[in-house]
Design a protein around this ligand. Structure first.
Ligand code: AOF
Ligand code: ZN
Length: 374
């Protein structure tokens, strides 16, 4: 292939992979322990590229994205290119391996983004394709794909969830007012964005201080997305959460896990358990919940991404344990002034190793996001 043709092909590959990555977000947070993968099947009969099939990992995690895309493409898959955001699987699960399905459908070329860390798949998916005579191009937009599937990567590689720390700062750098109940630091557009972040996470986590102060529900309350609320996790070593709190009120619809010392307040625990609250016994280090062990427990429960929403002490503890993988800062236009609770972090004190991913405006608020590699 001439250099110019190759450059054009690479640009086209990146474009379709970007589309496949956007598509894959549709089921983010809804595929259980499976990553939400996107597949686009494209053929070119001389008149330019034409999309003949698209697929996303189904809600619940199966069928896989490739199955759906190949089903739509039918006979048109023969000789086509498949763009897959994750290396196609090589194992027999409830469905035959996607690598085998791609070959059987007559796919001529596979362009992949992220490699799959799952030992049943890693390297084997691409090997099956090559053995079948399929041209394979790996690692197209691999960084973007791994970043988008950070939860899955983290849980597979490190046995703990990806941890996103979200803080909303006032213009004068406070995240709330002591004793003031819930304070609106950011506006309506930013609030909706936070609810979307919740919808894509497996759990939202806060400390008992915030629970007592704000009495939040931590659910997704966007029209049409109410069913997308993730589990709530509360750090409450001594079980101080009142049975009348909004966290408890929603428990029949959205799970609530309390991380508490195993021997804490047996009567209060029993009462909360009767209401449907689940408990995770936690080790204690210097009087605080041992976060690394708790994160392992949450990963074992199937959680791949945790959104930490406050307060300051909890944020500090996650930062001190070097557990934060992504930082999201909202910055509102108003000042809080006297009685403000200082933020443990601002735009100028992002820890080393993070790179800025995006910056945008939501209404009157600024949004800035940093990530580090997993
Ligand atoms: C694919 N396409 O859309 C996804 C894949 O339990 P199973 O059988 O569904 O397998 C889970 C594994 O499948 C998971 O760990 C990951 O390796 C892969 N996910 N693979 O070919 C997909 N979601
Ligand atoms: Zn598969």
């Amino acid at each position: 292939m001439a250099a110019r043709d190759r450059a054009a092909q690479e640009a086209l590959d990146r474009r379709f992979m970007a589309a496949a990555l956007r598509l894959s977000r549709r089921n983010a947070g809804r595929t259980a322990t499976n990553p939400s993968v996107g597949t686009i099947v494209v053929r070119n009969d001389g008149g330019g590229p034409m999309i003949v099939g698209t697929g996303v990992t189904a809600v619940g995690g199966r069928p896989h994205a490739e199955t759906e895309a190949l089903g739509l493409a039918g006979e048109l898959a023969r000789g086509a290119t498949a763009y897959v955001t994750l290396e196609p699987c090589a194992h027999h699960g409830r469905t035959p391996p996607c690598a085998v399905a791609l070959a059987a459908a007559g796919i001529a070329r596979v362009v992949g983004a992220a490699s799959d860390p799952d030992p049943r798949v890693s390297g084997k998916g691409y090997a099956i394709l090559r053995q079948a005579g399929i041209e394979v191009v790996e690692k197209v937009l691999a960084v973007e794909a791994a970043e988008q599937m950070a939860g899955y990567m983290s849980r597979s590689l490190r046995k703990r969830p990806e941890i996103v720390l979200k803080l909303a700062l006032s213009a004068d750098g406070y995240i709330g007012r002591r004793g003031g109940g819930q304070v609106s630091v950011t506006g309506e557009v930013a609030r909706r964005e936070v609810h979307l972040m919740r919808a894509e996470a497996d759990a939202v986590l806060i400390g008992i201080g915030t629970a007592l102060e704000d009495d939040p529900a931590l659910t997704v309350r966007l029209p049409g997305l109410e069913s997308r609320s993730p589990a709530r996790v509360l750090l409450d070593r001594r079980i101080r959460l009142p049975e009348t709190s909004r966290l408890v009120a929603g428990v029949d619809r959205v799970p609530l896990y309390i991380a508490a010392a195993p021997d804490a307040e047996p009567h209060r625990r029993a009462a909360l358990e009767r209401l449907g609250v689940r408990f995770i016994g936690t080790e204690t280090v210097d009087g605080a919940v041992a976060l690394p062990e708790l994160m392992e427990d949450l990963a074992a429960l199937g959680m791949a991404s945790i959104l930490v929403e406050g307060g300051a002490e909890v944020a500090k503890a996650f930062l001190a344990d070097d557990l934060v993988d992504r930082i999201v800062l909202f910055r509102g236009p108003d000042e809080i002034g006297a009685g403000g609770v200082a933020s443990p972090l601002d735009e100028r004190s992002i820890p080393a190793g993070f790179r800025k991913l995006r910056e945008m405006r939501f209404g009157d608020d600024m949004y800035r996001e940093w990530v580090r590699d997993i």
